[in-house]
Design a binder for this molecule. Structure first.
Ligand SMILES: [Fe+2]
Length: 206
């Protein structure tokens, strides 16, 4: 049984590495998001099986980006409307890939919902509040935090303070306040160094 679990994690890592080869700006992103997501899930009291599934979902949450053009993923400026529309397809593409492959719920649903926001302003379905499952609300916060502390094609890393500000500003609006509370606790303590030491992203010049 343990061997089977290790096999699934290893395959998930292969998939996340494949996404990161396709989108070099996300180098290391999945692993860091998965670590933070799992730590948050643990703090929120999820059981071991739920934590394992959440970790797998976090490792491959952007797998749908494999279906998107590299030119759009790495574009060093703000995207045009039609390009943004394509980007917003990645949770759907990922959901379809993972569901067809037979990975158990809630893994496909977490991937489908990881860009949904409490007030309905997220995508792809504009789900609100409790329509968004807890695991997806946890992953959403970890994903946002990791994105803010990392370089992006159109901007440099904004730092941990900016991440904490984003969470405090939008808790209850975009993000689950209980999830934010747990994330802030981790980032203020044991996980602070973890995100700050995130390996720098590959820049277009390197
Ligand atoms: Fe995503």
């Amino acid at each position: 049984m343990e061997d089977a679990k290790q096999l699934v994690v290893a395959i998930a890592r292969v998939l996340s590495a494949a996404v990161e080869m396709h989108d070099p700006y996300t180098a290391g992103h999945h692993e860091r998001v998965a670590e933070l997501t799992r730590a948050m899930g643990w703090e929120l009291g999820l059981d071991v099986e739920s934590l394992e599934k959440l970790y797998i979902a976090a490792l491959i949450h952007d797998v749908g980006k494999i279906g998107l053009p590299v030119e759009i993923l790495g574009k060093p400026c703000v995207l045009e409307r039609n390009e943004m529309k394509l980007i917003k397809m990645h949770p759907v593409l990922g959901y379809n890939l993972v569901r067809k492959a037979g990975l158990p719920q809630p893994i496909p649903e977490v991937i489908y919902q990881h860009h949904e926001r409490l007030d309905g302003s997220g995508y792809p379905r504009g789900l609100k509040g409790d329509q968004i499952i807890l695991e997806a609300r946890v992953l959403a916060v970890a994903d946002v935090v990791e994105a803010i502390v990392s370089n992006r094609p159109h901007r440099n890393a904004l730092g941990l303070e900016a991440a904490l500000y984003e969470l405090s500003k939008n808790q209850g609006k975009l993000y689950d306040p209980r999830v934010v509370q747990v994330c802030v606790k981790l980032l203020s303590g044991e996980r602070k160094g973890f995100l700050l030491s995130a390996s720098p992203r590959i820049s277009p010049d390197s």
